[in-house]
Design a protein around this ligand. Structure first.
Ligand code: PBG
Length: 325
């Protein structure tokens, strides 16, 4: 008779058995909340394409950061939206610029209770919206940009950030930033390198959140979604240049990349569940087409299972609360 003796269903029979054999478990401390602060705002302003996400003013940022810490999140990643932009992104290095002020505010509010991270890039500060400085012919000038990133890094470290996230995909950015930080005495400021960053259409809603000025795309510096080996090369370079952690971005459409990166290196691996990933779930849930809470936890679990030890997600606070229940 063909009855099976081996029955995988035995380990799925009750919630207790399922819990016992569960291979992947999420914890609030692995979740990082990206937050937006906009210069001159006195009230939080909703981001239309990211329901539940706000641009903060200084006061509401501090309050929301304290709430995130109370929920137990592992970190906060700050993005600044300046009132004025220029060709060189000078607002990024200004100690009174929106992001540097926000770093100081959040550090003053939460201290060492969480890890305060800042996005190290020029796109929020430039009038053209590119992540780097433009050469006369309109192309993004890699090496001129590196010098600008070095100054940005020192400004953010001086403001008190624990960890900087170089996200501009310029060649050599991690090494240049590391040397600049060390030379300025910031040897303990860590680098979470956006080592793998695809030229993705999933960043659409983020560009609303930072009121991006970009025309065109970033395909001359961000990666082609078709490529995997190229990502491994990027990761190896960033680790050699001194990255303390590496990140893969976006997350869910690139789980194969995440798994390969996890196999390749020993440093902690993070993934960024980006704005478009969030917006798709929120939009489908708003239509009643999916079970919102279950889908959120399923996406986070999948990203974790594929190899991310840390996940940046706009659901960090909500998921942290859900995990504690
Ligand atoms: C660059 C940056 C971007 C995101 C994070 N850092 C935008 C881009 O590369 O166009 C996107 C994050 C998201 O979509 O949630 N400063």
């Amino acid at each position: 008779m063909g009855y099976p003796q081996i029955r995988p269903r035995r380990l799925r029979r009750t919630a207790a058995v399922r819990r016992l054999v569960e291979e992947t478990r999420l914890a609030p401390a692995e979740l990082v909340l990206p937050m937006f602060v906009r210069e001159g705002l006195t009230e939080p302003r909703p981001v239309a394409s990211l329901p539940g996400v706000f641009q903060h003013g200084r006061d509401s940022l501090r309050k929301a950061a304290a709430e995130a810490v109370a929920a137990g999140v592992g970190g906060i990643m700050l993005f600044g939206v300046p009132a004025r932009r220029d060709a060189t992104g000078s607002g990024g290095v200004d100690p009174d610029g929106v992001l540097n002020v926000a770093i100081r505010d959040v550090v003053a509010e939460v201290g060492d209770a969480t890890v305060v991270m800042s996005d190290l890039c020029l796109d929020e500060f430039t009038s053209h919206g590119h992540c780097g400085l433009l050469a006369d012919d309109g192309t993004v000038d890699n090496d001129a940009t590196l010098a600008a990133y070095a100054r940005l890094a020192v400004a953010q470290a001086e403001a008190g950030a624990d960890m900087l996230g170089p996200s501009g995909m310029m060649d050599g950015q991690v090494g240049v930033v590391r040397r600049a930080l060390d030379a300025a005495g910031h040897t303990d400021t860590a680098l979470l390198a956006y080592a793998v960053k695809y030229a993705s259409a999933f960043y659409g809603p983020f560009r609303d959140a930072v009121e991006s000025a970009l025309v065109g795309d970033r395909r001359t510096y961000q990666q082609d979604p078709a490529n995997l080996r190229e990502s491994l090369r990027e990761v190896e370079l960033d680790v050699a240049e001194g990255a303390d952690l590496v990140m893969v971005k976006p997350a869910l459409p690139y789980l194969d990349v995440l798994a390969a990166v996890r196999q390749l290196v020993q440093v902690p691996v993070a993934a960024y569940q980006v704005s478009g990933e969030y917006a798709m779930v929120e939009a489908a849930a708003a239509n009643g087409w999916i079970d919102r809470e279950r889908v959120i936890m399923e996406t986070l679990t999948s990203i974790r299972r594929a190899g991310a030890q840390i996940i940046l997600t706009y659901w960090a606070v909500e998921a942290a609360h859900a995990l504690r229940r």
